[in-house]
Design a protein around this ligand. Structure first.
Ligand code: SIN
Length: 529
C-alpha cells in the first residue's frame, strides 16, 4: 500500500489526532520528550470542537463522586467497568480545574453567598446539575484552550494535513509492537514512516459510517480500522449512540440540537403539539438518550411522521440567545426561529461507545500502542454513554496514557525492523466513494436504533463483499477514509450480530430483552494476517 522509500522521522511520542485526547496526551508527554502530533486536516478539525453540551463533573454542593458514578453506571446498562468510571469521576474535576487554569472560559454565576461559581447545567440521565459549559460551544472552548497551550510548547510539533494510512507494527517474531505509523502528507503526497517509543491513537469516532450523523467529516473510523488491521483487540462496536435531537431540514446536514435544551425545559412533541415522553420514562425528556431516541423512532413510526419537534419557544428568548447561540443561529440560517417555533428533529448517529480496548492507562493489546478518547473502549461508557462524559473521558484517560507512556515505554531501538506494507491493486477513488455511499445507506437502514438479525446479516453480506473487493489508493486520503469507514461498518455489524440480547444502545427485535448470560463485552480482533 505504500511506496518503497518512505522518508523516516523519529520522535519520542507520536499522537494521531488533534481532539481533546490527543492534545492532552501531547501536553503531558512533552515533559519528557519530543512529540509529533498528526492531524489529517487542520488542527481544530476534531469531533471535540463540535461538542456543544459540556463536561460532566461532580462539582455542585448537592453532588458527589458516588452520584456521578451511579448515573454513569445506570446509563451504561450493566456493561461499564466500575473501576474506569470511578477513575473518571474522581479525576474529572481536577482536569476541569486545569483547563480553567489554562484559560478556558466556562459559564459562571453568582451563588446565594455572593460567590462566583461555575454554572452547572443538566442533561439526560444526570440526577444532579453537573454540566460545566461555555454556552453551547464547550468543545470548541476546550479545544481552543488546549491548542493554545500546545502552541506554547516547543517540544510538540503539529503536522497538519498528514494522514496515517496504517500503524507500523513490527519487532520480534511472535510479539509484535507498535513502532509508529505510515503517514502521507496530503498536500505533497510525500510518504513517511514516523517511528516513536509510544504511539497514541486519538482519532475520534466513526460517524461517517452512517448516512446521518452529528459528527464532522473527519470521523471516518480511521483509528478503529487501523487498530483492527494491526491485530488489536476491539470491544462493543455494536453500541452506536444516536443523538435523539438533530435538526431535520431538507437543505441542512444533521446538526446537533444540544440535550442541554431539554435540560432547560425543552419539550418533545408532535406537529400537533401532542407530547409523548411521559409514556416512555418517568424522567420524560431527560430520560437516558437511548430511551429518548427509541421513543422518537416509535412515535415517528406510529404517526408516519418524517420528523418530530423540540419546542423551546416557551423559554425566555434572552436565555436561548445567550446560552444557545450556536443552535439559535444555525436554526435561523435555515429559517427556523427557535424563540417562536418548534425545531424539527430526528435522531442521528452521534457517538461510538465501543472501540480499541484499553486498560485504565490507555494501554491497548499491542505493546507501545495507546488509545484515548472516542476511539478507545476504556469501559467508561458500557452499553450507553452518559451525556457529557466524553470530553471528560478524553482528558482523564489522555493524561493517564501519557503518564504511563513516560514511565513504561521501553527504550526505543532504531534497529527494530518495520516491515514495509504490502502493495495490492488499487481501487479507483470515484468507485470507492460510491461504495462508501452504499455502505452508509445500508448502515442507516439496517444498523440503526431498532435492528433485526435478518437485516443486519443481509447488510453484513453486502458490506463484506464490498470490503473484500477494495484496496485504497494510498496517496488519496478520501480513499483511505472510505476503506476505514467500510471496515468499521463491518465491525459494527459483526459485533451486533454476536449480541443475542437488547442492551443499552443495541436494540434488536429478535432479542428484545437484556439477558444476564449475555452481559459481557463483545470482543473482536483480526486473527489472521
Ligand atoms: C449534547 O449537547 O446534547 C451532546 C452532549 C454529549 O454528546 O455528550
Amino acid at each position: 500500500m505504500i511506496g518503497n522509500n518512505p522518508m523516516k522521522r523519529e520522535v519520542d511520542y507520536l499522537v494521531i489526532g488533534s481532539g481533546l485526547a490527543g492534545l492532552t496526551f501531547a501536553l503531558n508527554a512533552s515533559a519528557a520528550g519530543r512529540v509529533a502530533l498528526l492531524t489529517k486536516r487542520s488542527r481544530s478539525d476534531a469531533s471535540s470542537s463540535w461538542a456543544q453540551g459540556g463536561i460532566a463533573g461532580a462539582l455542585g454542593d448537592d453532588d458527589s463522586f458516588a452520584l456521578h458514578l451511579q448515573d454513569t453506571l445506570v446509563a451504561g446498562a450493566g456493561l461499564c467497568n466500575t473501576d474506569a468510571v470511578e477513575t473518571l469521576v474522581q479525576e474529572g474535576p481536577e482536569r476541569i480545574r486545569e483547563l480553567m487554569e489554562m484559560g478556558a472560559g466556562f459559564n459562571t454565576e453568582i451563588d446565594e453567598a455572593g460567590n462566583t461559581v461555575l454554572q452547572l447545567g443538566r442533561e439526560g440521565g444526570h440526577s444532579r446539575n453537573r454540566i460545566v459549559h461555555t454556552a453551547d460551544y464547550t468543545g470548541w472552548e476546550c479545544e481552543r484552550t488546549l491548542l493554545e497551550a500546545v502552541r506554547n510548547t516547543p517540544e510538540i510539533e503539529v503536522y497538519e494535513h498528514f494522514f496515517v494510512t496504517d500503524l507500523a507494527v513490527g519487532g520480534p517474531q511472535g510479539s509484535p509492537e507498535c513502532l509508529g505509523a505510515w503517514v502521507v502528507n496530503a498536500e505533497t503526497g510525500e510518504q513517511s514512516l514516523f517511528r516513536a517509543k509510544a504511539t497514541l491513537l486519538a482519532t475520534g469516532g466513526s460517524g461517517q459510517v452512517y448516512q446521518h450523523t452529528t459528527n464532522p467529516q473527519v470521523a471516518t473510523g480511521d483509528g478503529a480500522a487501523m487498530a483492527w488491521r494491526a491485530g488489536a483487540l476491539l470491544a462493543n462496536m455494536e453500541f452506536v449512540q444516536f443523538h435523539p435531537t438533530t435538526l431535520y431540514h431538507p437543505d441542512a446536514r444533521a446538526f446537533l440540537i444540544t440535550e442541554a435544551l431539554r435540560g432547560e425545559g425543552g419539550i418533545l412533541q408532535h406537529d400537533s403539539g401532542e407530547q409523548f415522553m411521559e409514556k416512555y420514562h418517568p424522567l420524560k425528556e431527560l430520560a437516558p438518550r437511548d430511551v429518548v431516541a427509541r421513543a422518537i423512532v416509535q412515535e415517528m413510526k406510529r404517526t408516519s411522521a418524517e420528523c418530530l419537534y423540540l419546542n423551546v419557544s416557551h423559554l425566555p428568548s434572552d436565555l436561548l440567545h445567550s446560552h444557545f447561540p450556536t443552535v439559535t443561529e444555525r436554526c435561523l440560517s435555515v429559517g427556523i426561529d427557535i424563540t417562536r417555533q418548534p425545531i424539527p428533529i430526528v435522531p442521528a448517529q452521534h457517538y461510538q461507545c465501543g472501540g480499541v480496548v484499553t486498560d485504565l492507562h490507555g494501554v491497548t493489546s499491542i505493546p507501545r500502542l495507546y488509545a484515548a478518547g472516542e476511539v478507545a473502549c476504556t469501559g467508561v461508557h458500557g452499553a450507553n454513554r452518559l451525556a457529557s462524559n466524553s470530553l471528560l473521558e478524553a482528558m482523564v484517560f489522555g493524561r493517564r496514557a501519557a503518564l504511563h507512556a513516560l514511565q513504561h515505554a521501553p527504550t526505543y531501538s532504531s534497529e527494530q525492523p518495520v516491515p514495509l506494507q504490502k502493495t495490492s491493486p488499487e481501487t479507483d477513488s470515484a468507485q470507492l466513494a460510491s461504495l462508501w455511499k452504499q455502505v452508509r445507506s445500508l448502515m442507516q437502514r439496517n444498523a440503526g436504533i431498532v435492528r433485526t438479525s435478518a437485516e443486519m446479516q443481509n447488510a453484513l453480506g453486502k458490506i463484506e463483499s464490498i470490503r473484500e473487493s477494495i484496496c485504497p489508493t494510498v496517496a488519496h486520503m478520501e480513499a483511505v477514509e472510505a476503506v476505514n469507514a467500510i471496515q468499521v461498518a463491518s465491525l459494527v455489524l459483526q459485533s451486533a450480530l454476536m449480541r443475542k440480547e437488547s442492551r443499552g444502545l443495541h436494540y434488536t427485535l429478535d432479542y428484545p430483552k437484556s439477558v444476564e448470560s449475555e452481559r459481557h463485552d463483545t470482543l473482536i480482533y483480526r486473527s489472521a494476517f
